[in-house]
Write a protein that binds this ligand. Structure first.
Ligand code: ZN
Length: 323
């Protein structure tokens, strides 16, 4: 029942008839995002220069929710501090350390998180600040987390779990949008209603590939316009180059994470028409048929004895100027 599900999630931004169901739906999509992102970032840590501790969870802050929804958010999610664990990845490091949805965050590696009242306007600032503290901790060491639940404080140690450094966020609303700015990967909630986890991994892997290949910084360094002239001439050509590269590296990312790389080919064959022009501007992106064909050709080039994780030659592009 994808449409009922989507409607429930879309209601999250405004007072809904059944807020508890809305929040349960939100937790489900954020949990799916966290699980796919965890698998992609940890399986591909060797491909990423920038890494961070990756506990396998989704964090959220009470301030993210519109003020009229916050009382229900406390009932549904158990906020005892501004930032709390929304979902944990089954079997992941946080889950193994005994962390559960509803635990509130007090401190990370001894650094206390501020216990301030949520802002009047909804804002993810408190969650982002907590994530920035975690991203700044050593990726290869355990993470000590102080939690609060039912008024009791406890500190647990999450085993070392290095992953590619990136934030991930599900965007509410009905737009088919997916993006990476080099810091955060954002995926519109309609993707979660429409696609399987394997198909989502293709989309999220493509966006994570943009981050690993430093496309935003390299496009800026090349003086490429993101404005009205983005689709024409040299701008359009360089955007297309970054898309081709993200498709190729994205396929390796899902392969390294244990998904079938052919899922990327199938995604563009079966669903390209759904995202062309919406997610992707038509003139700067190759046609979905061409994308599927290019991916198939690349899969044929994967060495038969390629290890996992495999570090494909395209990673070297991250240091080259776009021209
Ligand atoms: Zn892209």
């Amino acid at each position: 029942m994808p449409f009922a599900f989507l409607a429930a999630v879309a209601l999250a931004a405004t007072p809904a008839d059944d807020p508890a169901a809305t929040f349960a739906a939100l937790r489900e999509v954020d949990g799916r995002m966290a699980a796919i992102a965890y698998r992609l970032t940890t399986a591909n840590a060797a491909l990423c220069r920038d890494r961070q501790p990756t506990p396998g969870w989704a964090l959220h802050s009470i301030g993210q929710y519109d003020a009229p929804l916050r009382a229900q958010a406390k009932v549904s999610f158990g906020f005892e501090r501004p930032v709390a664990v929304e979902a944990v990845v089954p079997g992941g490091p946080a889950a193994r350390a005994g962390i559960a949805p509803g635990d509130s965050l007090v401190a990370i590696d001894g650094q206390p998180l501020p216990d301030t009242a949520p802002p009047a306007q909804s804002s993810s600032a408190a969650r982002d600040a907590a994530q920035a503290v975690i991203a700044g901790e050593p990726a290869d060491r355990p993470l000590a987390v102080t939690l609060l639940r039912d008024g009791r404080t406890r500190t647990v140690t999450i085993p070392a779990s290095p992953g590619c450094r990136s934030a991930f966020e599900v965007l509410l609303g009905n737009k088919m949008e997916a993006s990476s700015d080099g810091r955060i990967v954002q995926i519109g909630v309609p993707f979660f209603a429409r696609y399987t986890d394997e198909e989502l991994a293709v989309v999220i892997g493509h966006e994570l590939a943009h981050t690993i290949l430093r496309h935003r910084a390299r496009l800026d360094a090349a003086g490429v316009s993101r404005g009205l002239l983005a689709e024409v001439g040299r701008n359009g050509r360089l955007f297309r180059t970054t898309e081709d590269q993200a498709d190729i590296l994205g396929m390796y990312l899902i392969r390294n994470a244990g998904w079938n790389p052919q899922a990327a080919v199938r995604f563009w064959r079966e669903h390209g028409g759904e995202v062309d022009g919406g997610l992707f501007r038509s003139r700067t992106h190759p046609s979905s048929k061409a994308r599927a064909a290019a991916l198939e050709a690349e899969i044929a080039r994967v060495p038969a004895d390629a290890p996992t994780p495999y570090l494909p030659p395209i990673l070297a592009e991250a240091d080259k100027p776009l021209s």
